[in-house]
Design a protein around this ligand. Structure first.
Ligand code: ADP
Length: 625
């Protein structure tokens, strides 16, 4: 017996112990695999004349055997040879996914399962053992893959007349916990097919027992067994929008894109004109676990008149909308088109530009009319929009800027830039923002207090890409973005400015000694009017802000990029006079005070201090006096 690859074994364990409560989905997964296999064969037959299949014969068959506890799913798709059985069913294709899972607690497993292509393994939720008998199209030999679950699997040669795949599930015995018998009941199976797999393009056939009037009688009934097609076979995107129930969209989305949650938004469009296509686009309600990683592949499933050409066509989506899932079906695309040429295809370009416009307008619409859902969306994918703004040297910034929302100090909720500007007074010129880890932390920043006090609205930026995006925008509607922690925050009257300049000049020597005491870690020390109640703060000068410095230095490079920082002391705080006195009377103590104040300012900014023990001792010394 062969062992499963370590990762698969873990997943199997999970499946068998079945934390995933929605067991019935195994059927849609197996049907979806069967349909994919038929798709592959059919697509091949269109592009390779040697392969002859009769479209009418293509189908999926279901069968139950109550006496032997069997549920059988067969298809006449492409089939698998020995190697493919080994590779496809012996391990999980998408490796790396389980690593992530391990870092999370067991409860989260449930949700993550839905995010892999675990389709086939889900059969172990309902079956004690599984047999896969397969014969690849064009090959002589057939093979049988068998497994009772986690211990491993066997592959042996076997007999099978037709090409394709037959999967035989030995359904578990019912227990108090779960009624597995229902999966042997043809009515249940029929309703599951209708519920989850109605849109599958090939007939799903099964023998069903129907009660019918006896021939020649108008009152006597008899049970007749007939083979029926259970599904309507109309691809969801070709159905009349008005006739599609929400559940149908959801189920289609969940089975096709491996999501355990419902989508946040469904966009179903039918375009006629220069290029005609139908599409269903979905905005997921949460980011996939690998979304913000290199592993994530963007793209929409591309069909040509109902035939799948490409599973994830990346050219249909710009990076900043890479979170969108969905299908596009166009009769205008040639089936014979090679995947390389596809990129240059004029039709495809037209479609992709249309798709992009549609996504944008739907998002704008949600922003305007359904703010609650938009905020949900933005929480999950806003970061991608922000990346979109600053990537490619800001090439797409104008297109995306109106999709941004940030928390506003005045409104106490998230607002758009347009909303910020529309509430500005005529003489206001700047859009103020402040950066920090959380809304609460920013709200407590000393620099924020005074600006708020003066009546200005401040946007609170809590994600690290925020400031990069804002700096790429530079301004919005001719209003400049200004960080409240920046050096030249111009809030004072001319008189106040003159006054401050004078005081700073007078205390020049004192500030030099402070700078020296801090080993020139700061570019400057000075008094400020920026602060209201707080004694000190740090501000930055030049293009790199303190928040940006944190981001740069968190990146794995040897170089460190530092903001030019200035220590500012509140001129109207009692500490200002204390410093002046100490400077005259006790230079040693003055230096200790300087160190403590500087450390405080760093801590407030969320920066670390280099010598915590020394600072702690200094504070204790003061406290014990
Ligand atoms: P996924 O469908 O996400 O790839 P599965 O575990 O369900 O993951 O299936 C793994 C692979 O096994 C499929 O990608 C496909 O190549 C192969 N496979 C599964 N079922 C069939 C089938 N009925 N016919 C042919 N190949 C199949």
């Amino acid at each position: 017996m062969k062992q499963f690859k370590a990762e698969s074994k873990k997943l199997l364990d999970l499946m068998i112990n079945s934390i995933y409560t929605n067991k019935e989905i195994f059927l849609r997964e197996l049907i979806s695999n069967a349909s994919d296999a038929i798709d592959k064969l059919y697509y091949k037959s269109l592009t390779d004349k040697k392969i002859k299949v009769n479209k009418k014969d293509l189908c999926i068959k279901l069968d139950t055997d109550k006496d032997r506890n069997l549920l059988i799913i067969s298809d006449n798709g492409i089939g698998m040879d020995k190697e493919e059985l080994e590779n496809n069913l012996g391990m999980i294709a998408k490796s790396g996914s389980l690593q992530f899972k391990e870092e999370n607690d067991k409860k989260k497993d449930v949700s993550i399962i839905g995010q892999f292509g675990v389709g086939f393994y889900s059969s172990f939720m309902v079956a004690n053992s599984v047999e896969v008998i397969s014969k690849k199209y064009g090959e002589e030999k057939a093979y049988k893959w068998t497994s009772k679950g986690a211990e491993g699997y066997n592959i042996t040669e076997c007999e099978k007349e037709e090409y394709g795949t037959t999967i035989i599930l030995n359904i578990k015995d019912s227990s108090d916990e779960y009624n597995y018998d229902e999966f042997l009941d043809s009515y249940t199976i029929e309703s599951l097919v209708k519920k989850y797999s109605d849109y599958i393009r090939y007939p799903i056939k099964m023998n069903v027992t129907r009660r019918e009037l006896k021939k020649g009688s108008d009152s006597e009934y008899e049970d007749v067994v007939k083979e029926e097609t259970l599904n309507s076979m109309i691809p969801l995107w070709k159905k009349d929008k008005k006739k599609i129930k929400k559940e149908e969209y959801n189920s289609f989305y969940q089975s096709k894109f491996y999501d355990y949650q419902e989508p946040l938004k469904v966009i179903h469009t039918s375009v006629e004109g220069l290029c005609s296509y139908k599409s269903i686009l979905f905005i997921p309600s949460h980011a996939p676990y690998d979304y913000y990683s290199k592993e994530y592949e963007k793209g929409l499933s591309l069909y040509s008149n109902g035939v799948l050409i490409m599973d994830k066509c990346p050219d249909l989506l710009p990076d900043y909308f890479s979170f969108v899932k969905g299908v596009v079906d166009s009769d205008d695309l040639s089936l014979n088109i090679s995947r390389e040429i596809l990129q240059q295809d004029r039709q495809l370009k037209l479609i992709s530009s249309n798709v992009e416009k549609k996504i944008k307008s739907e998002l704008e619409d949600m922003l305007k009319n359904d703010r609650e859902n938009y905020e949900k969306f933005f929480k999950e994918f806003g970061m991608q929009i922000k990346f979109g703004i600053y990537n490619d040297y800001g090439m797409h910034k104008d297109e995306l800027k109106d999709l941004l929302i940030f928390y506003s100090s005045k409104d106490k909720k998230q607002i758009t830039l347009k909303e910020y500007v529309s509430n500005m007074k005529d003489d206001e010129e700047n859009i103020y923002y402040a950066c920090g880890e959380t809304i609460d932390k920013i709200d407590m920043l000393p620099q924020v207090e005074k600006v708020k006090d003066k009546g200005y609205n401040i946007l609170y930026l809590t994600e690290y890409v925020d400031e990069f995006a804002i700096k790429t925008l530079i301004n919005y509607d001719n209003k400049k973005f200004v960080n409240v922690c920046e050096n030249d925050l111009d809030l004072d009257t001319d008189e106040e400015k003159e006054n401050l300049k004078k005081i700073n000049e007078e205390n020049k020597d004192m500030f030099s000694l402070m700078k020296e005491t801090l080993n020139n870690e700061v570019t400057d020390v000075r008094f400020t009017h920026r602060l209201k109640n707080h004694p000190v703060c740090l501000v930055s000068e030049g293009p790199v802000s303190i928040e940006m410095q944190k981001v740069f230095n968190a990146m794995p490079t040897d170089e460190s990029i530092n903001a030019k920082i200035i220590l500012e002391i509140n001129e109207s705080h009692p500490i200002a006079n204390k410093l002046k006195t100490l400077y005259e009377e006790d230079k040693d103590k003055f230096k200790d005070y300087t160190k403590i104040l500087y450390s405080q300012s760093r801590l407030i900014e969320g920066l670390s201090i280099e010598n915590p023990t020394e600072i702690s001792n200094l504070i204790c010394e003061l406290l014990s006096k």
